[in-house]
Design a protein around this ligand. Structure first.
Ligand code: TUI
Length: 314
């Protein structure tokens, strides 16, 4: 299972691990890269020292390429943007905004930049500023999402840009990977499936909740704040949605209500007050596995499906 993404990023399989905030640490990213995919450390809202430490830890796990995902709403974004240059990180993905301001410096430093985009307009914009590929992420994904869904978004982004497109949102098994290729993508990015990897250091309650979740068990909050976030239903997310519907709280009060909820899920496993970000594919995620097992299973399933794909046409 090879595509132009493999040559572009220097990886064996065209499978990226989502840069999940507070989740994607050196342990997960290192394991994914070691298994032949592209592991990503999530810089999230973390300060520079923490991210530098994770970058160095990945290099102890593997010599293979890995990347850093930069969350553009981070209060430390300027410092993180410089850190990836100083640490000679090969690949940067970005999320939750436009990376335009940093692109020139990254490209001059030889960094391959792969922004996550929610629309054709943003895809074209980042292509013009020098992105070498884009991740087109549909609203089935967990975390901060755009308006469009994967099935409609991916082929439109493929038509809009000349650089390779990586599909994300709703993909958790070989059927999703095969479908992404059929939509024109040359790679996939998965988050939710990797939440339950053995090498993923989130609280066990988080993993158990993902494994127990079915199709309708996610909810979006934050639409009134301009940044919708998909997460598993908990008393916290339901209360958040209720407050948004009532419209009695100011934006600042709502932001305050949401602060720290993801960390309560990841580190404390707080089933009541946590925000367990996950995508709609949670119902496809059935058990904990090592990263190696997940990647090998995805590859085997995809090969089997695509090998038999001609049965659908004469
Ligand atoms: O970034 C993500 N997913 C994330 S970031 C995150 S941390 C966070 N927590 C609470 C609130 C906000 C963020 C959790 N999950 N995915 C990539 C992604 N990027 N999805 C959507 C976008 C995006 C949206 C707009 C990218 C560019 C963009 O540009 C247009 C603009 O208006 O900025």
């Amino acid at each position: 299972m090879k595509s132009k993404i493999c040559d572009l990023l220097g990886i064996e399989y065209p499978i990226l691990q989502g840069g999940m905030a507070w989740v994607a640490d050196a342990s997960l990213a290192g394991a994914v890269s070691k298994a032949g995919g592209l592991g990503l450390i999530a810089a999230a809202n973390a300060p520079v020292d923490v991210v530098r430490n994770e970058i160095r830890k990945v290099r102890e796990i593997t010599d293979k390429p890995f990347g850093v995902n930069i969350m553009l709403l981070s209060p430390f974004v300027d410092d993180i943007a410089q850190l990836v240059i100083d640490e000679k990180v090969e690949i940067v993905t970005t999320g939750a905004g436009l990376p335009s301001k940093y692109m020139k410096d990254w490209i001059n430093a030889g960094i391959k930049v792969v922004p996550v985009v929610p629309s054709t307009g943003v895809a074209k914009m980042v292509e013009r500023s020098g992105a070498c590929a884009v991740v087109a992420e549909g609203g089935e994904a967990g975390g901060h999402i755009g308006e469009l869904n994967t099935m409609a978004l991916v082929p439109q982004v493929c038509d809009a840009v000349d650089i390779p497109v990586i599909a994300a949102g709703g993909i958790a098994d070989g059927r999703g990977v095969a479908a992404a290729f059929m939509l024109g993508a040359s790679g996939v990015q998965l988050g939710t499936r990797f939440l339950v990897a053995k090498e993923c250091n989130i609280h066990q309650n988080y993993k158990d909740k993902v494994i127990a979740a079915k199709d309708i068990d996610t909810i979006t909050t934050g639409r009134t704040l301009g940044h919708p976030v998909r997460a598993l239903k908990t008393p916290f997310t339901r209360a958040f949605q209720k407050l948004e519907k009532e419209g009695t709280k100011t934006k600042e009060e709502l932001e305050e209500f949401g602060t720290g909820a993801l960390r309560r899920a990841v580190f404390v496993g707080d089933l009541k007050n946590g925000c367990f970000m996950a995508g709609q594919s949670c119902g496809l995620v059935k058990k904990e596995q090592t990263v190696e097992e997940i990647i090998q299973e995805l590859v085997a399933e995809t090969k089997e499906i695509l090998g038999g794909a001609t049965k659908w046409v004469e």
